[in-house]
Design a binder for this molecule. Structure first.
Ligand SMILES: Nc1ncnc2c1ncn2[C@@H]1O[C@H](COP(=O)(O)OP(=O)(O)O)[C@@H](O)[C@H]1O
Ligand SMILES: [Mg+2]
Length: 255
């Protein structure tokens, strides 16, 4: 862990993000405490991806103050892993699964430099964790959506992040891949890693997440799932009556 372990995993102050004249986020502030699995939930177009990208400094038209693990992102970049929403790939893209995972072994390693043996070993271990050890030599473009997401997760794992930020990791993913990703998330949480996860499926929010942020052009609610993932909040954010924590299936909010 970094020295600033008393600081929140994410601290956002007055974050504003816009595309041309469309202001998606206007002065958003929130903290994500260490060690939670935070589900970011909201309707399509609510600004969930924008929130992640703006926080990570990936949008030119954004402003505000953001700290990760108590520091500006540049100081802790190697401790923060980000999996973007989707990876569209040409099936002939000439890069193997192992190559993609190796990209996570250290940030300075470009395509042309030769990775060390130790990095290859780390990458193979990460591929075992996502149950893709036998596909290491395959071109990445030949994999299914679920397998690709697991490759991206393996790439994040070799980085040994303290904070993992994922944008809809279960989108277009088969049930076996989803189970694998969830089991990896649970083991990360058990090791104290903070996970921020944009999640679409309201039925599994309480199984996967212990904190929830409800997003609709801003943060409508954020906190422990039992306080935020409520029927009233969901109705307010989605505009439709929906199952909330009060009607949750047995199992509760623990991730
Ligand atoms: N690159 C972009 N250029 C212009 N508008 C965008 C762009 N990306 C997203 N938007 C708009 O910003 C709003 C929020 O989008 P997004 O953050 O992707 O929502 P979500 O991830 O919650 O579905 C939407 O109205 C969307 O159309
Ligand atoms: Mg999105």
């Amino acid at each position: 862990m970094t020295q600033n372990t008393l600081q929140p995993a994410v601290r956002v102050r007055d974050l504003t993000a816009a595309y041309r004249h469309d202001t998606v986020l206007d002065g958003v502030s929130f903290d994500v405490p260490r060690g939670v699995v935070l589900g970011v939930v909201g309707p399509n177009g609510a600004g969930k991806s924008t929130l992640l990208k703006a926080s990570l400094g990936l949008l030119p038209e954004s402003s505000g103050h953001v700290e990760f693990l108590g520091s500006p992102l540049d100081a802790v970049r190697s401790k923060v892993a980000y999996m973007p929403q989707s990876l569209t790939l040409d099936p002939t893209f000439p890069v193997t699964v192992l190559d993609v995972v190796l990209m996570g072994t250290y940030p300075g390693l470009g395509w042309v430099k030769r990775p060390r043996k130790a990095h290859k070993q780390q990458a193979r271990e990460a591929l075992e964790l996502v149950e893709l050890g036998d596909l290491a030599g395959r071109p990445i473009g030949q994999l299914s959506g679920g397998q690709r997401q697991r490759v991206l997760l393996a790439r994040a794992l070799v980085q040994e992040p303290e904070l993992l930020i994922m944008d809809e990791p279960f989108q277009g993913v088969d049930a076996a891949s989803e189970r694998n990703i969830v089991s990896v998330l649970k083991s990360l949480k058990a090791r104290g890693v903070t996970v921020v996860l944009v999640h679409h499926d309201l039925m599994t929010v309480l199984d996967y997440c212990d904190w929830v942020a409800l997003v609709n052009r801003g943060i409508q609610a954020i906190g422990p799932a039992e306080n935020t993932f409520t029927a009233g909040n969901l109705e307010r954010v989605f505009g439709i009556p929906h199952l909330g924590a009060g009607h949750a299936p047995a199992g509760g909010a623990a991730a």
